[in-house]
Ligand binder design. Structure first.
Ligand code: SAM
Length: 272
């Protein structure tokens, strides 16, 4: 995509975490600044692309698991640019009555998602900021599409690390938790330091500090675990994304991130 083709409202000069992620996934919706920033991350953490792909695969497995639990309503916050196996595609394949709300604060995501999903009655695309859960859960479009008296799956996949302050990240999750009924679910994947050196983490943080997100916080296993406060975690708990209920344990083990930062993931159920 060239600068001339930047849709109205889209800033082609600041790296966007949505477009960087699209680049990592092999998509086409990115500008030179996004590719440069993504390559800078790649230079620090050479398995960034594998991690992005493994994260998408985790998302698909988590949605299938939720459908198996009888959940058919999805609130996907920080949904990202449409790609392969989007949440509604996986959900509708397994439960045709599924309903999905996609929320993002990136103008490019909104333009593309709205264009692609305009005629899809199972989905709604809403402009919203993760840091304002009340605004999202109270949004008329969201409430018209999802029934808040029934269980909802809240998907916060590869996005909470962009809420850099720990207290704010906990507040965000708690406010979503308080907006839904028992039987609802929470899905999180989150960047974590793993075995990465402090210098590499700092270098990565510097790249994200100049991005649309304004920064990234790598949280430890216990910090990610604590975000599930009030939820009962499904086995195997909070683990590396490729270790969360892999379809093929052998392949997953071979493709597991071995250097640099890692992604952690878990799925929890809200009990009364
Ligand atoms: C790395 S992508 C993840 C996309 C998708 N959830 C996935 O895991 O495949 C992060 C997405 O979160 C969005 N995002 C970042 N900060 C956000 C915020 N404060 N509110 C809403 N969306 C946000 C970005 O625009 C981007 O689309």
């Amino acid at each position: 995509m060239t600068l001339e083709k930047a849709p109205p409202g889209v800033d082609p000069l600041t790296p966007s975490v949505a477009r960087m992620y699209d680049y990592f996934l092999g998509g086409k919706d990115h500008f030179a600044v996004d590719r440069e920033a993504a390559e800078a991350i790649n230079a620090i953490s050479p398995d960034a692309k594998e991690l992005a792909r493994a994260n998408r695969e985790f998302l698909g497995r988590a949605v299938r698991h939720l459908i198996d639990q009888g959940v058919t309503q999805f609130l996907d916050v920080g949904a990202g640019l449409p790609t392969r196996d989007n949440v509604h595609e996986v959900a509708l394949r397994h439960a045709p009555d599924s309903k999905v709300v996609y929320v993002d604060n990136d103008p490019m995501v909104l333009v593309h998602a709205r264009a692609i999903l305009a005629d899809n009655p199972s989905t709604v695309v809403t402009d919203g900021d993760l840091r304002e859960p009340g605004w999202i859960t109270g949004h008329p479009e969201v409430r018209a599409h999802l029934d808040f008296s029934k269980p909802i799956a809240i998907l916060l996949v590869a996005v909470l690390h962009f809420v850099t302050d720990d207290d704010e990240a906990r507040r965000v999750v708690a406010e979503f938790r308080d907006a839904v009924v028992p039987g609802s679910h929470l899905v999180i994947s989150h960047m974590s330091p793993g075995e990465a050196f402090g210098d590499d983490l700092a270098a990565g943080q510097k790249v994200y500090a100049k991005s649309s997100a304004g920064g990234i916080t790598f949280r430890t296993h216990s910090e990610v675990l604590s975000l599930f406060d009030g939820f009962d975690l499904y086995e195997p708990g909070v683990v590396q994304i490729s270790d969360w209920r892999p379809d093929d344990p052998v392949v997953q083990a071979l493709t597991k991130s071995s250097s640099g930062a890692i992604g952690l993931a878990g799925v929890g159920r809200l009990d009364s």
